[in-house]
Design a protein. Structure first.
Length: 156
């Protein structure tokens, strides 16, 4: 099945409608504040993001950029012409490999998943894949952002 421009337009329209009418919950106050400052409506942690705010953000994003590997070498070009496969990010819970039960992610889960992905040639990039326990989601996201920024500064 081929996706047409009409299909893409309908999908984008539905996404815009969800963001503006249905709204989203934004648990990080700083993120909700930034969205409100950009023109989104806010009621506590419920944020309604108008189409114009989304379009402005999309139009301000670069059309192409590179990701670098751990050694600082160019690894991936992100643009409309290339397709890359990688892992998801920042899941607070995992399914335990031994018990099959859902539980909070541990640092060992993140390390195990990274080792697995490192050996898979089909995976182009690896994200953190887990928010290892002991903190609130907001604390974990803040700590993850600090780690990413520190790694970027070491590369420069």
């Amino acid at each position: 099945m081929r996706v047409t421009r009409s299909d893409l337009s309908a999908l984008a329209g539905a996404a815009f409608e969800v963001l503006e009418r249905t709204a989203v919950r934004v648990v990080e106050a700083a993120a909700a504040d930034a969205l409100a400052a950009a023109g989104a409506g806010r009621d506590g942690d419920i944020v309604r993001i108008p189409r114009r705010v989304v379009e402005q953000a999309l139009n301000s994003a670069p059309r192409r950029f590179r990701l670098y590997d751990a050694a600082g070498q160019p690894a991936i070009v992100l643009d409309r012409c290339h397709v890359h496969f990688g892992t998801g990010s920042d899941t607070p819970n995992v399914r335990d490999l031994e018990t099959g039960q859902r539980r909070p992610a541990l640092l060992e889960d993140v390390a195990r998943a990274a080792r697995l992905c490192d050996g898979l040639g089909e995976i182009d990039f690896v994200m953190s894949m887990g928010l290892a326990g002991g903190q609130t989601l907001g604390q974990r996201l803040t700590d993850e952002a600090k780690r990413i920024l520190a790694a970027k500064q070491r590369q420069q």
